[in-house]
Design a binder for this molecule. Structure first.
Ligand code: ZN
Ligand code: ZN
Length: 349
């Protein structure tokens, strides 16, 4: 079968790899209906994180179950399933606490699981899913083809935007500033609106993303950065800053922007994968009573909650996909996102 392999920075190839095989009894084989490229896939693509040897890549997919191991009880062949961006059992103490990203028997796509089976990368034709019952969420059919992009966002970006909003404690009547206009930032706007925020400010300089931010519920767009950006956020929030700030980038600059855009007593929810070493200025946070909460989003724990709103069309996160390519053109998908010609690219095997 074909799967995407990263060989080095800017060297993405779709190549022939061994077909996945059931090996542990608790696993399933899923035929991928759609996968996509994540902003975090761009870190190895750009060489920010080193690729020591070629490896499979991709961690967001939806598909149809083809086979299940003898120990699988919930998932059945023929089911349409959503996979979160990690593997989890759904049963351990961390999963029960809703932090399934820290599952005690969990793992990541494109690497060996804890029993020695291989969890294929998400950007391929078929995938072996360890711990199928804990990891996968069944979407009852029939599934319209136009539903696929929205369902695919529950693999990562919609749940991650939601986690930013939950972590910041967004509730009815809040003012919310969103730092970052990538797919996660745009989904964070959806999440903030869904949780009842009344004033949503999107920090974006990109015209198409600004339009989508408005469609998702942002009343204001702030193009300025740094001190000027903070001044604009304050102007829009009674001169004090936002109740909640959602940090969806992960750089030193974006974290600084987020912390200083929060009002005294405000909270920053952060979900951007930290790169370039953002560090928290505890002294100024102390002085202003600004809190920080968040981390890698336990999206599996949110899928059941968000799924009905995606299926009903109450929220439309699938609009973040602005380019669709065949899997064979995965290299072009990475290039398009790297060059910001696309916000997020959907791949069809
Ligand atoms: Zn992702
Ligand atoms: Zn667990």
């Amino acid at each position: 079968m074909l799967a995407t392999v990263i060989h080095a920075a800017r060297d993405i190839r779709v190549e022939e790899v061994p077909d996945p095989e059931l090996s542990t009894g608790a696993d399933a084989i899923v035929r991928v209906v759609a996968a996509c490229v994540c902003g975090s896939d761009l870190w190895p693509y750009r060489g920010v994180t080193k690729t020591e040897e070629p490896h499979r890549i991709g961690h967001e997919f939806v598909g149809i179950v083809e086979e299940v191991g003898p120990g699988v009880e919930v998932i059945k062949p023929g089911d349409f399933v959503i996979a979160p961006f990690y593997v989890c059992d759904g049963e351990c103490a961390n999963c029960r606490n809703g932090i399934s990203t820290s599952c005690l028997s969990g793992g990541w796509w494109g690497s060996d699981d804890r029993l020695g089976g291989f969890a294929d990368g998400g950007q391929g034709e078929r995938i072996r899913v360890p711990l199928a019952d804990g990891t996968l969420v069944v979407v009852p059919g029939p599934i319209g083809d136009d539903e696929v992009p929205g369902l695919l966002t529950l693999s990562d970006v919609m749940g991650t935007g939601h986690h930013a909003a939950i972590s910041a404690g967004v509730g009815p009547g809040d003012s919310v500033a969103v730092v970052g206009d990538g797919a996660v930032g745009l989904c964070a706007i959806i999440a903030a609106k869904r949780l009842g925020a009344t004033t949503i400010i999107a920090m974006s300089r990109h015209p198409q993303r600004q339009a989508l931010a408005r469609e998702f519920g942002a009343a204001h767009i702030v193009e300025e950065r740094g001190d000027a950006g903070i001044a604009r956020v304050q102007e829009l929030t009674d001169g004090i800053g936002a109740d909640c700030v959602l940090e969806c980038v992960g750089t030193k600059e974006s974290m600084d922007q987020a912390l200083r855009s929060a009002r005294p007593g405000g909270m920053v929810g952060y979900v951007g994968v930290p790169n370039g070493g953002p560090e928290l200025p505890i002294r100024s946070m102390f002085g202003r009573n600004v809190g920080v909460n968040g981390g890698v989003a336990p999206v599996r724990s949110y899928i059941e909650e968000l799924l009905p709103d995606v299926r009903s069309g109450a929220i439309r996160p699938g609009l973040v996909f602005d380019l669709e390519l065949p899997l064979a053109e995965a290299a072009e998908a990475y290039a398009a996102m790297d060059e910001r010609r696309a916000t997020k690219v959907l791949l069809r095997p």
